[in-house]
Design a protein around this ligand. Structure first.
Ligand code: AHR
Length: 496
């Protein structure tokens, strides 16, 4: 089949904010311990972080990294993770039923992020703790010197403040699984008070209030409305979390998962703007999509990986991703760009070993999962302004979402190059003609695609390079770009 696309440089969604390429590190399973941090490994640096993993995280191109949870943060005492390591307590983490040794905490993690050139985004615990602990953490993290907690940081060996500007007010407080979960009214009030207090300490903070844990939550929509009615004046972002998986072998519905993400974003935007107008506020709340990914949650829930034993760094949530997973993943990242006028920040959940684009073996290698590729290429090629192309394509049918366009497209336009990201969710190849006359580009700098005849192909310890990027078939002549999109594929083109 065929499709045609027109890219107009004036159809701007928003200037690109690189926080859309954020990541997320939670103290969970083998993410921190035996993942990014393994002091006994041949590749460990002086702090204990694996240099081979650091290199892969850099190549992935994550901007802001959210830390330390996730469900974990709702029982976390940040003080346990600072100061002399040999005096740090071992605690029980109720979220994942594991033991936390606290050998990595704020200062080690923030030091690691400096090497990556990534920005730190912190979450405060509003599950078992409250305003005072959030203020203490803020003082310890950001105050330059001359106060009890900033001087304590200096005493711990870190005289420079970490200057963290983005803060999450708790995590998934709508979820009955969350330690200390609340009703929307209760949470809205505590978030408002915590936000007000934190901004009294530092006016330029950007605060993220918890939205829904998923669009299928029974309180979805009403949660956002109530929480924002309470907290609107004190927050800047509302969070959104979404995970997708193929269910019952229904690949067509799975390939159309971006439809749910669009519905999620559009509903949150409508609700936030409803509250804005009721309050006659001139502030617009943005979305921080601070957890998104593919996650085979049903299978993990059916397994016994979270069990009654108290273990350190157990293997939990170690999904191995296929080519089909990476194609859906690519479409989700395209959707975040497509709605970038309101989704200004996002965090891929997560980074290493735990539902992650990067895997490691203790004492062994580190490798890229299939999902690594759409993320790293998009983060590297996207520049300047995000554009909304006009797409004329056939539709495909799925049981869950009905009709969806067979082809999705989003583009960016910078000073030196333009980038076009394309998705073919149909089972047939599509010949696409793209009118790029307005972009004034004369050559194809890069054309890559992720597809495979075997949609279930994966990268594993035994076969770490089974799936990778291939050259895409693309040609540019007389301002017309033609591209062949293989069946069920994700493609990126960079034009110079
Ligand atoms: O990313 C895994 C978990 O998913 C996080 O801890 C939680 O916030 C969400 O439910």
């Amino acid at each position: 089949t065929s499709a045609s696309i027109r890219i107009d440089p004036d159809a701007v969604v928003a200037p690109l904010d690189r926080r859309i390429f954020g990541g997320f590190v939670e103290h969970l399973g083998r993410h921190v311990y035996d993942g990014i941090f393994e002091p006994g490994h041949a590749e460990a640096d002086e702090l204990g972080f694996r240099k081979d993993v650091t290199a892969l995280v850099k190549e992935l191109g994550v901007s802001t990294i959210r830390y330390p949870g996730g469900n974990f943060v709702s029982g976390y005492r940040w003080e346990d993770g600072v100061g002399p390591r040999d005096q740090r307590p071992v605690r029980r983490d109720l979220a994942w039923h594991a033991l936390e040794t606290n050998q990595v905490g704020l200062n080690e993690f923030a030091t690691w992020l400096k090497q990556l050139d990534s920005e730190l985004m912190l979450a405060v615990n509003l599950g078992t703790r409250g305003i005072q602990e959030a203020l203490d953490l803020l003082e310890y993290t950001n105050h330059p010197s001359g106060t009890a907690l900033s001087d304590l940081r200096t005493e711990h060996g870190y005289p420079e403040p970490w200057d963290v500007t983005m803060w999450c007010l708790g995590n998934e407080m709508d979820g009955p699984w969350q330690t200390g979960y609340m009703t929307a009214e209760d949470y809205g009030k505590i978030a408002a008070r915590t936000g007000q207090a934190m901004k009294s300490a530092q006016r330029d903070l950007q605060l993220v209030v918890c939205g829904s844990s998923g669009s299928s939550m029974p309180t979805f929509g009403e949660w956002e409305r109530t929480v924002l009615e309470e907290s609107y004046d004190h927050v800047d972002f509302i969070s959104a979390h979404a995970y997708y998986q193929e269910r019952n072998g229904d690949l067509d519905s799975y390939l159309a998962s971006a439809q749910d993400m669009r519905y999620f974003i559009d509903t949150v935007v409508a609700t936030a703007d409803h509250v804005k107008h009721r309050r006659k506020s001139d502030k617009t709340i943005m979305i921080s999509f601070d957890e998104w990914n593919i996650w085979y949650l049903d299978e993990h829930q059916a397994s016994d990986e979270v069990n009654d034993e108290w273990r350190i760094a157990p293997r939990q949530l170690e999904d191995v991703y296929s080519v089909a997973d990476a194609v859906v993943f690519g479409s989700l990242l395209m959707t975040l760009l497509e709605r970038h006028d309101r989704v200004r920040s996002a965090s891929l959940a997560q980074l290493v070993n735990v539902i992650a684009p990067i895997m490691t073996e203790p004492g062994g290698p580190a490798w890229r999962q299939t999902t690594f590729f759409p993320f790293s290429v998009t983060s590297r090629l996207a520049q300047g302004r995000v554009l909304r192309p006009e797409v004329i394509a056939e539709t495909v049918e799925s049981a869950v979402y009905g009709q969806s366009s067979a082809v999705d497209c989003v583009a960016t336009d910078g000073d030196d190059s333009s980038a076009i990201f394309l998705l073919n969710r149909s089972r047939e190849a599509v010949e696409v003609t793209v009118d790029i006359a307005g972009l004034e580009r004369s050559s194809i700098a890069e054309a890559v695609t992720l597809w495979d005849e075997d949609l279930s192909a994966k990268n594993t310890l035994e076969q770490p390079d089974r799936v990778g990027l291939r050259d895409a078939q693309a040609e540019l002549s007389d301002g017309a770009l033609t591209i062949r999109l293989e069946p069920v594929s994700w493609t990126a083109i960079s034009l110079a």
